[in-house]
Design a protein around this ligand. Structure first.
Ligand code: PXL
Length: 270
């Protein structure tokens, strides 16, 4: 098959391969599209935690974005880990130059093991400026709490926080409810004219490393191929749910999910 669309991924590298840039490339590829990348930072980690984070200079990040995307123009952009204010400034400059409408932001803040992946100044500029320049933002509950100042304990709080993010200038919001202690997983989609509660089964497993990165990349891929943003969220949620259910149980900590769940190899190599 030929790739159905082209996606630029702006994200941090996860050496364990389950989250970050690696999850993004696997997701985009397994859903049939082509991935270009710009690396914001290199993390040294495994399934038990993050050992260290090595930042890429903001200028070099912008150079990766512009040099690659001016040659192969992406249909959509997925943004993940942005650890500092200066990185976000360069991303804002790059988005202005590229002028691509389909931009999805996963406001990554904390890794599964608790390591902080963003600083306070960066959170401020993300909320004040970047949120307005993207088409969809996909915070989980702790991220939505930081961005809105609203403590989220239930579905009603999630809805309140989603409205608050619209007030901050977001066009479309998907708040992911995986962190709530509910029987089913609830995700809230909201824009000025539409509202939807997605309900999915909760699987009893600790192997959920990279679910957020994977979801935002899946949504970006479906959206880049022409689905509307709500339908893209619906399909992305289903892809992640199936990836969790079929996780390969790798590593001694929070293992990765199964990015290959959508694929069937139909070529035999001898
Ligand atoms: O899942 C959030 C995330 C995003 N990006 C990178 C990560 C992680 C979590 O570990 O390592 C690079």
């Amino acid at each position: 098959m030929k790739p159905k669309s082209k996606i630029l991924i702006i994200a941090g590298s996860d050496s364990s391969g389950g989250a970050g840039l690696q999850a993004d490339i696997k997701t985009v590829t397994s859903l049939g599209s082509y991935a270009l990348t710009a690396i914001t930072a290199v993390t040294i980690q495994n399934t038990t935690g993050v050992k260290s984070v090595i930042p890429i200079s903001p200028v070099d990040l912008k150079n990766q974005i512009i040099y690659s995307a001016k040659d192969i123009r992406p249909d959509a952009i997925k943004i993940g880990m942005l650890h500092s204010k200066n990185v976000i400034k360069k991303v804002l400059e790059s988005l202005k130059i590229l002028n691509i409408k389909k931009v999805i932001l996963d406001p990554v803040m904390i890794a599964k093991g608790g390591a902080k992946l963003i600083d306070e100044d960066a959170i401020r500029i993300l909320k004040k400026e970047l949120i307005k320049k993207v088409y969809l933002i996909t915070p989980n509950i702790p991220e939505a709490e930081v961005l809105t100042g609203i403590k989220i304990n239930n579905k009603e709080d999630m809805i309140l926080a989603a409205y608050e993010l619209l007030n901050c200038g977001a066009k479309n919001v998907l708040i992911k409810g995986g962190h709530l202690k509910s029987k089913k997983v609830i995700d809230i989609f909201l824009n000025k004219t539409d509202f939807k509660i997605f309900v999915s089964p909760r699987h009893k497993t600790r192997n959920t490393h990279g679910t957020g990165c994977t979801l935002s990349s899946a949504i970006t891929t479906f959206f880049s191929c022409g689905k509307n943003i709500k339908k893209a969220c619906d399909l992305g949620i289903k892809y992640v749910n199936s990836a969790i259910l079929t996780n390969p149980n790798y590593g001694k900590g929070n293992g990765p999910i199964n990015h290959l769940n959508s694929m069937k190899l139909n070529k035999i190599f001898k």
